[in-house]
Design a protein around this ligand. Structure first.
Ligand code: SDX
Length: 430
């Protein structure tokens, strides 16, 4: 919405007047689309620190207030009162569902959880020690080879079916990546279990005996899914949007998001954070690592700390910390040494001037690994679980972009600093 506000850029005596657009909340944006044509210059913003790449109605973050809203609902209220599939409905369709709408949505998701039987062959092509993210990335991309009837992005119904298939099948894909890595048989999804319990059952059940999912763990797992569901235009979501802008099929776009999320600066931080906490090992070694994190000559960073947008507490970390206390307490392992190191590390860091000045707080990845570890999941499964949970955010943002009538292929420019035009030199003349 342009409410008449303008911004003027003047360069070499030439001025261009640009519209200032306002959303419902958050910073206004300067619409720089006429800039290149009128002033023959680009803007420059590596890392997109000051760039809005799109408009969206889905998720809002206020980094200074430490606020995260899914379709206007605060994340702490959703984590406490809602559940993941209801949050999926909210992110996809914009409103909380009625009881009938929820029942119908849950029925449709439940009846899409199985994988095409032939997809098991994909797993058997990987080494047993393949990182589960490599498997998840490959199998999600391969979905476009099995579900041709939901790849036409211009068909509303096919977009809807692809959306349901992705949300429904990611738990099966991730659980099977885990089973494959430990040499156990795949466990099929069950329609009598809820979403989170089904995932844990596929991870931990065996054909040899009945396996009862602990309701404490499935509630904690469901909450972890909710906390990771969407997060505005983060790196992996922006990757999905850029891939989708070329009109690639939805499975290829989500596979691109999985690949981007894997990085330790992004979704891979939950694995790196737990490995870091284990490496620190005891509270007395924390100062050594704080010093390394502050040392400009040391590439070490406190994993699970800092955020591009949050310059206050990550609201998800606050809920995750409460959940870690609750889950480990209920499991009778509240004295878990890794949790003690995490809490002391957080306390020391938040009192240290370096972290205070740079506004570095624990992020969503700081405590999540402690809960997943307490559930018996290996660190290699932490990022696949992040990808599983974020799939609904990726596909909701992809859907919003595809259904935006003005969307066009994303094609950034550059500040070129290479060689200018020169003639080819024969090898004898070089
Ligand atoms: C996720 O974008 C999202 O929304 C992502 C996410 C989502 O839900 O999608 O929230 C999920 O990715 C959470 C972040 C997980 N990553 C980590 O925990 C890895 C550790 N954190 C850092 O790598 C870093 O904080 C980032 C990548 C998260 C943010 O980096 P920025 O915004 O580019 O900040 P920066 O690298 O420019 O850091 C600013 C300053 C630097 O010091 P100076 O150069 O100004 O002197 O803070 C320092 C950094 O050196 N700094 C850290 C630090 N993070 C930043 N110093 C020590 N330890 C850290 N963790």
């Amino acid at each position: 919405m342009s409410d008449g506000k303008k911004a003027t850029i003047t360069l070499d005596g030439q001025s261009v007047e640009l519209n200032v657009l306002s959303g419902t909340t958050g910073p206004d944006v300067i619409d720089i689309r006429p800039l290149y044509k009128q002033l023959d210059v680009f803007t420059y913003d590596p890392g997109f620190t000051s760039t809005a790449a799109c408009d969206s109605d889905i998720t809002f973050i206020d980094g200074d207030k430490g606020e995260l809203l899914y379709r206007g609902y605060p994340i702490d209220q959703l984590a406490e009162k809602s559940h993941y599939l209801e949050v999926c409905y909210l992110l996809l369709y914009g409103e909380l569902p009625s009881a009938t709408q929820m029942e119908d949505f849950e029925h449709r998701i439940t009846h899409h959880t199985m994988l095409h039987e032939q997809m098991q062959n994909f797993y058997r092509g990987f080494r047993r020690d393949a990182h589960p993210m490599a498997i998840v990335c490959g199998v999600v991309g391969a979905m476009s080879a099995f579900y041709h009837d939901s790849t036409d992005i211009d068909d509303d119904w096919q977009r809807e079916v692809a959306t349901l298939r992705l949300i429904a099948k990611l738990p099966t894909i991730c659980a099977w990546a885990y089973k494959y890595s430990i040499g156990q048989p795949f466990i099929y999804p069950r329609n009598d279990l809820d979403y989170a319990a089904n995932f844990l059952h596929m991870c931990f059940a065996t054909p040899c005996e009945d396996y009862q999912v602990d309701p404490i763990l499935s509630r904690a797992m469901d909450r972890i899914f909710t906390l990771h569901a969407d997060h505005e235009q983060n790196a992996s979501t922006s990757t999905v949007r850029l891939a989708g802008s070329s009109q690639a099929n939805p499975f290829a776009c989500i596979a691109a998001g999985v690949a981007c999320l894997w990085g330790p600066a992004h979704g891979g931080a939950n694995q790196s954070c737990l490995e870091m906490l284990r490496e620190i090992g005891t509270v007395d070694r924390i100062p050594e690592y704080i010093a390394r994190a502050k040392d400009k000559n040391d590439s070490f960073r406190l994993m699970g700390f800092g955020h591009r947008v949050y310059k206050n507490f990550d609201p998800r970390a606050k809920v995750m910390k409460e959940s870690a206390d609750e889950v480990l307490g209920l499991l009778g392992i509240e004295n878990n040494p890794t949790l003690q190191v995490a809490k002391e590390l957080e306390r020391i860091a938040l009192e240290d001037p370096y972290f205070v000045e740079k506004k570095l707080y624990p992020n969503v990845d700081f405590y999540s690994g402690i809960i997943l570890d307490a559930m018996g999941l290996p660190t290699s499964m932490f990022t696949p679980i992040f990808a599983l949970a974020r799939t609904v955010g990726w596909i909701a943002q992809w859907k919003e972009m595809i259904e935006d009538p003005v969307q066009k292929i994303g094609r950034p420019r550059q500040l070129y600093k290479g060689a200018t035009a020169r003639d080819y030199a024969d090898v004898e003349d070089r």
